[in-house]
Ligand binder design. Structure first.
Ligand code: MLT
Length: 407
């Protein structure tokens, strides 16, 4: 008899963003005259940078000629891209990461969901609350949690991120093995300082734990004192894996490209306490289950690091940060306490009411889609997340509608 993975039965009914998309579609069907402005899911609206498009076209043309055609590429990614990443994203910032410690992938969502496969099912995970749901749901699927009770999964150590701690969680008070951190944070938009991140690295080293550091939003950091990579922190290369994405920095949400960094010095233990390098484990997993990102997409990603590519990406991020500033200023002027929006495309708004009711009110009265904070965890209750990914005109229009509806 074929049997299911019963861990799936512990999951909440549907993935957060699918649930929201359905509610918005139902609302639009019932109110066809209403033009809805989407500031919900963090999906970019600006087109790909010209430098990337040119490289993309050129690579597609290469595929049309037997002499330049490429079939299977290296599963870990082409050296031309891995070398650019190592030099620009790490070595230029003083982080000693080499090209062969980088694994190109089809995006940070897949990487952050897949990476847990190389760890024992008996480890204890620590997750921020609120949290990007992928970290949690993939561990539920893998059987690392108990059932869902009072808004939380049993067996998980939740790292509360609240107004009281400035949305930067405290170190765990009980032993944990795998720690998920994301900065600038999704959903709160909070950014971590080097000193605070050093405390986490020190904790991981002292407790033989591992940090999974999601830096998908690092390109939004404008405060130079903040770390863009965990490898800017002393000792991180033994205890941290970093996940990055071209989605939000270069508009790759639709064409898919990201990467994972696993330093060769990064280790975990077997049941007998012997050390094992995680780089070779992930390499084994990656080469078995993945055939690499397409050649044209990797050429487009490489162009992000050209002079023009850097300029065009920066211009896009400046655009979203301008939107973020407007959203934060407007919501603050309406009397709502806000976090994020300065080094992040997300603004975390304390609505002081039930998150889903606030979501409904924004949609029904202003025709604006946001994301209810409660969808990211218990500590998100009362909050909404507003995303800055849209045109400036739409954000201005959304803010004026919100002012009218809620002001
Ligand atoms: C979000 O809105 O939280 C993100 O777009 C989700 C993602 O990147 O998968």
């Amino acid at each position: 008899m074929i049997k299911i993975n019963e861990n799936y039965l512990k999951l909440q009914a549907s993935y957060l963003f699918s649930d929201i998309a359905k509610r918005v579609a139902d609302f639009q069907a019932a109110n066809p005259q209403m033009e809805v402005i989407k500031l919900g899911i963090g999906d970019v609206t600006r087109c790909l940078p010209k430098a990337c498009i040119d490289a993309f076209h050129k690579a597609v043309d290469e595929m049309a000629d037997d002499r330049t055609f490429r079939g299977y590429g290296p599963e870990q990614g082409y050296p031309f891209l891995r070398e650019k990443i190592a030099a620009n994203d790490f070595q230029d910032r003083g982080a000693d990461i080499s090209a062969d410690e980088i694994f190109i992938s089809d995006g940070a969502k897949c990487d952050s969901g897949n990476i847990q496969e190389i760890f024992s099912s008996n480890i204890r995970i620590a997750l921020p609350d609120p949290v990007y749901p992928v970290y949690l749901d993939t561990n539920v699927m893998a059987g690392r949690t108990g059932g869902f009770k009072d808004g939380r999964y049993e067996g998980v150590y939740y790292l509360d991120s609240t107004r009281d701690n400035g949305f930067i969680p405290q170190l765990p008070k009980e032993p944990v093995d795998l720690i998920y951190l994301c900065f600038p944070n999704n959903p709160t938009g909070a950014a971590i300082s080097k000193d605070k991140l050093q405390q986490w690295v020190d904790y991981a080293r002292e407790n033989k734990a591992l940090i999974l550091y999601d830096a998908a939003y690092e390109a939004f950091i404008r405060d130079d004192s903040l770390p863009r990579s965990i490898y800017e922190i002393n000792g991180a290369k033994e205890v941290a894996i970093e996940i990055r994405s071209f989605s939000k920095s270069a508009g790759f949400t639709g064409i898919r490209c990201g990467y994972v960094v696993i330093p060769k010095t990064c280790i975990a233990y077997d049941d007998k306490g012997s050390k094992h390098g995680l780089h070779s484990l992930w390499n084994r997993r990656h080469t078995t289950k993945f055939n690499g990102v397409s050649y044209p997409v990797q050429r487009a990603a490489e162009a992000v690091y050209s002079q023009e590519g850097k300029q065009q990406c920066k211009e896009r991020i400046d655009h979203y940060l301008r939107n973020a500033r407007l959203i934060r200023n407007e919501m603050t002027a309406l009397g709502y306490e806000c976090t994020g929006g300065d080094n992040s495309p997300y603004i975390w708004v304390d609505g002081k009411t039930d998150s889903w009711s606030f979501f409904d009110e924004m949609l029904e009265k202003a025709g604006v889609v946001c994301t209810p904070g409660a969808g990211f965890g218990k500590c998100g209750q009362g909050y909404i997340r507003i995303s800055a990914f849209n045109s400036f005109e739409n954000v201005k229009k959304a803010m004026s509608r919100i002012r009218e509806a809620l002001g």
